[in-house]
Design a protein around this ligand. Structure first.
Ligand SMILES: [Fe+2]
Ligand SMILES: [Fe+2]
Length: 131
């Protein structure tokens, strides 16, 4: 469902590889949402969100270093959006302390919603300018 499609390719191998790992986390969340054999999804969702926190942070550091090296002019906008996204993911992680059987699916949906927006509004638009 979620994968690095052609419109997301920057052609910069390391960046594409990192983006594809973020898509993989979204795909894990989607599979978890659709998994009818699993009753409690809290541990899996926590692991996915933790993965997002750690990996997005790593990716942003790498990407910003690359942009700086290239002398890319729009770097401050990149940094600003990266910070916003990390803030969103951290807020999501905080909400997971209140996860229950009743709200777990809506928390997964919220995670996917954030990620989908990120893929479209950041990767597909801003990151593509690195091409
Ligand atoms: Fe970026
Ligand atoms: Fe990126």
């Amino acid at each position: 469902m979620y994968e690095l499609k052609p419109q997301y390719f920057t052609g910069i191998e390391a960046i594409d590889e990192q983006h594809s790992r973020i898509f993989k986390l979204a795909d894990d969340a989607y599979k978890l949402l659709k998994d009818e054999n699993k009753l409690f999804k809290d541990d899996d969702l926590k692991e996915i969100v933790k993965g997002l926190q750690d990996y997005a942070k790593y990716h942003f550091t790498e990407e910003e270093a690359y942009l700086e090296k290239m002398g890319y002019e729009g770097i401050s906008k990149q940094v600003e959006q990266h910070k916003w996204f990390l803030g969103e993911v951290n807020r999501l992680a905080e909400k997971l302390s209140e996860i229950s059987l009743g709200n777990q699916d809506s928390l997964i949906e919220k995670t996917l919603e954030r990620l989908t927006t990120w893929f479209q509004e950041h990767i597909e638009t801003l990151d593509m300018q690195m091409k």
